[in-house]
Write a protein of this length. Structure first.
Length: 393
């Protein structure tokens, strides 16, 4: 759940505004602090939350940036559904088997879907977020990004702390305030988080049972239908000119009449209503998606996101990759390949940062320089071709 900036870790930065003067930042924070107090948050919680707050250029920059290029679906999928996340998901399914089965029984949401969502949102609880929520949200609000919305989210977050559910110092988050293993916004947490381990606290940061059950509760409330497949890859007749779009659903019998078959050669489901999506256009893979795909979309409003969760859940179940390749001659990179790319950029003198697999503005600049040197168009995009060039392949 990332306030529509899906794949924000991959999106790249073009700063649009100048930074505000220090004096206006201080008066803005003072104003937000007053709003939080007048919302009824106890002064001791407010004091602790605002202690040491400073202007955070990174939070403001992230809240104001627009991607330099639209992340291609094959980059997005290569990053989110990579071998490491599939392997880690397998381990987590075994380690938390009892919890996942109990949550599945209680909410009727498939445990492989829950594991996939957990893996994408927080890398199975390993990724805490780079920001301290009580400091990031005033920065974002004062930076000009939807000040009312982010002030309200801050107030909701402090209510969660005041209720004793999570500790203030545990509130690591995205720049936008999505926190914990399910990356709920504070207002979503207040509506939908549940205490599943029975300790009386709803702790989606430190409790795996609470986090998984809270995600399941979200999906159930959004209309998840137990036992309904999210969707599946299909092959279309070459002459296909019928409806496209997940909202243009039709019974499976209608799709069979249109000549649609499953890409893996297995039989179509016997019932259900599905819409057709083609995320990369007519020459890429196509999918029939159900109402449950729409439920995944409601968690983070991007079809690419819902597809990543659905596909990762299938991979965790032991199924293979897509049958139709993405229409590109420069495929996207896994997280391990991104690290390798950075190592090569360092070795060739283009990049002085850390090889952490995160493609930020500095890495982008380094990729551009390497692409230029190789006679490629300097897009800054981390792809297979520049990786191969640097590796000497
Ligand atoms: Ca609990």
């Amino acid at each position: 759940m990332k306030l529509s900036l899906s794949a924000s870790t991959m999106a790249v930065a073009a700063c649009l505004f100048a930074t505000p003067a220090a004096a206006s930042f201080e008066s803005c924070v003072k104003n937000i602090r007053a709003q939080v107090l007048s919302a009824g948050i106890k002064p001791d919680v407010v004091n602790a939350a605002f202690k040491g707050i400073a202007f955070d250029e990174k939070a403001v920059r992230f809240s104001r940036t627009q991607p330099e290029y639209r992340t291609a679906i094959w980059d997005y999928m290569a990053f989110l559904v990579d071998d490491l996340r599939i392997a880690d998901g397998g381990k987590m399914l075994r380690r938390h088997d009892k919890t996942l089965r109990a949550v599945e029984r209680a909410y009727g949401v498939d445990r492989y879907i829950l594991a996939a969502l957990w893996g994408v949102e927080s890398d199975y609880g390993q990724d805490e977020g780079d920001f301290f929520l009580p400091h990031a949200l005033p920065n974002v609000a004062c930076g000009g990004r939807k000040p009312g919305v982010f002030t309200t989210e801050l107030i909701q977050a402090l209510r969660i702390v005041a209720a004793g559910d999570v500790r203030l110092q545990d509130l690591k988050s995205s720049w936008a305030g999505a926190f914990g293993q399910t990356q709920f916004m504070p207002s979503t947490y207040r509506r939908l988080a549940v205490d599943f381990d029975g300790d009386g606290r709803r702790d989606t940061i430190r409790s795996v049972p609470d986090a998984l059950a809270s995600a399941a509760n979200f999906l159930k409330k959004a209309g998840w239908q137990s036992g309904l497949i999210w969707g599946f890859e299909v092959k279309l007749p070459s002459s296909y000119s019928g409806p496209v779009g997940r909202s243009r659903k039709a019974p499976i019998s209608a799709w069979a009449k249109r000549g649609v078959v499953r890409a893996d050669g297995s039989a179509l489901p016997s019932a259900g209503s599905f819409g057709l999506i083609r995320p990369a256009g007519a020459s890429g893979p196509a999918f029939l998606v159900s109402r449950n795909f729409d439920v995944l979309y409601s968690y983070n409003a991007a079809e690419s996101y819902a597809l990543a969760i659905g596909h990762l859940s299938d991979r965790l179940r032991g199924k293979g990759g897509f049958k139709t390749p993405w229409p590109t001659d420069d495929p996207g990179l896994t997280r391990a390949q991104r690290k390798r790319l950075q190592e090569l950029l360092i070795a060739r003198g283009y990049y002085k940062g850390e090889a952490d697999g995160r493609i930020g503005p500095v890495t982008i600049t380094a990729i551009k320089a390497a692409q230029k040197k190789a006679g490629m168009k300097p897009t800054g995009r981390p792809g297979t071709r520049i990786l191969n060039v640097l590796a000497g392949n």
